[in-house]
Structure formats: C-alpha cells, structure tokens
Design a protein around this ligand. Structure first.
Ligand code: F6R
Length: 244
C-alpha cells in the first residue's frame, strides 16, 4: 500500500483527481470504478474543472459505481444514481450510456445483482477503482462480517452506517435499510485502487485498513493484499498512522 499524506481535504481532492486524470490520459477508454459519499465530491469537482478546460476527456470512459440503495428510483434525489449525475456526470463530457450504477429500483435483488456482476465482468473490471472508507472500515456497503463478500449482493445496512448516512436524509428513519453493493472480491479485481479519506472520524478506520490485521471485521483491511493500492488521506485521517 502506498500512503500519500495531504494537508487537508482540498489537497486530498486535487491529488486524487490527478491520479484519476493520469489514468484517463494514459488510457482514454479506461473503466473507472466510482464511489459516492462526501469524500469524493471535491475530487469530482476538480475533475469537472479540468474537463471544462479540455485537460481531461471522459468521452470514451466507462464507469461502474460501487453501490445503490435498494428501493430508490434513479431520479430519487437520495439515490446514488442522482448523486452521480448531479455531482459528476452532468458536469463532464461522459456518455451517460457508459455510466453504470446498480439498479436499486429493481426489487428482485438476485436479478439486479447478477446483472450488475455480468456488466462489470463484461467490461473487464475497473482499471482504477476509487473508494471511500466508512468509520467501521466498510468499503462499498460491505460491512464488518465474518467473511469477505464476493460478487454484487444485497446487504442490510448496520446501525452505524444508517446513522452516518442519515445526515443526507431528513431523518434516520428515511435511510433505506438495504443496498446493493459490489462485493469485496469484485473490488479486489480492479487493476489499481485509490482510497481517499479525510477527517479525524476516519482515523481509526484508516489505521485499521493500513496497519491492522487483515480481517472481514474491517473489510478495507483486505486492500493490504492488493498489489496496486494507494491511499490519499489528510493529516487528520492519518493521525494514528506512522509517518513513513
Ligand atoms: C459510497 C461508498 C461508501 C462510502 C463510505 C464513506 O459509494 O461506497 O463506502 O465511501 O461510506 O462515505 P463518506 O465519504 O460520506 O464518508
């Protein structure tokens, strides 16, 4: 794992955008795995700025998002489909037909997950997978468990994730209780992985991801076994990690 320390959120976002932009320049028709949440918003904003300047062309890129709430339609403002449109896709020259998010509006969980696995497999898996990390060490919606998950599947969200995500809803009651998420195995198939994290509330999870034992109780810890994983995090999130 390569760890890059940044001074603050903006520095983290710019450096992460640089890595993604380099991937797109090196392979214009690359496959990107993308995440939602607060952490990547600055990265997406920076990439959109460079796209507007003509410095980062997304016209041939395809994207596969990690996860989606079960039961939300694509145009629900709380859905990850909507998040990706408003925070990224609507601001870059990507072909929307090349963007993919699990279909939370399909109530048939088995069918929705199998279809998403087929799409990601047929795309050849991401060249670069962008990840955030939950305070409990989750990646995608892969919560602490007694085994690492494999393909896309339907999960029950933990109370800590419901509480963390409730800031984006009117109340915790409105947070969907289930989601479809790429599995840990699928995430590990990406040829390179970029984890971004900021803020003191991520310090324990970032330490456990980078230096703790590899255990499904901290899903992100498996990334220690990936051959090309970079962590870009600010000082606060790296507070427990040794300076290297
Ligand atoms: C979202 C996702 C989640 C988030 C994680 C951190 O697609 O996969 O694992 O990355 O919950 O969320 P934020 O960035 O809001 O702290």
């Amino acid at each position: 794992m390569k760890i890059i320390r940044t001074t603050d959120y903006d520095d983290m976002s710019r450096k992460a955008a640089n890595v993604i932009s380099a991937q797109v320049i090196l392979k214009p028709d690359c496959v990107l795995g993308l995440a939602t949440g607060s952490t990547p918003i600055g990265t997406y904003r920076q990439l959109a700025e460079w796209n507007a300047k003509g410095d980062c062309d997304f016209s041939q890129v395809s994207t596969y998002n990690l996860d989606e709430y079960r039961g939300l339609t694509h145009d629900d403002p709380q859905s990850y489909h909507y998040f990706m449109r408003t925070n990224f896709f609507d601001h870059i020259n990507i072909d929307l037909a090349n963007t993919h998010v699990p279909d939370g509006s399909n109530p048939d969980a088995a069918a929705a997950c199998a279809e998403y696995d087929r799409l990601v497999h047929d795309a050849g898996y991401p060249d670069l997978q962008l990840l955030g990390i939950g305070r409990n060490g989750h990646i995608g919606f892969n919560e602490p468990d007694d085994h690492f998950s494999k393909g896309t599947h339907c999960v029950d969200l933990t109370e800590s994730t419901i509480e963390a995500n409730s800031r984006l809803f009117e109340s915790a009651d409105q947070v969907p209780r289930q989601a479809y998420t790429m599995g840990v195995q699928t995430i590990m198939y990406a040829r390179s992985i970029l984890v971004i994290a900021n803020g003191a509330d991520k310090a324990d999870a970032v330490w456990a991801m980078c230096y703790g034992p590899v255990t499904p109780q901290v899903p992100a810890s498996i990334l220690q076994l990936h051959t090309n994983c970079t962590v870009i995090a600010d000082e606060a999130a790296l507070a427990r990690c040794p300076q290297e």
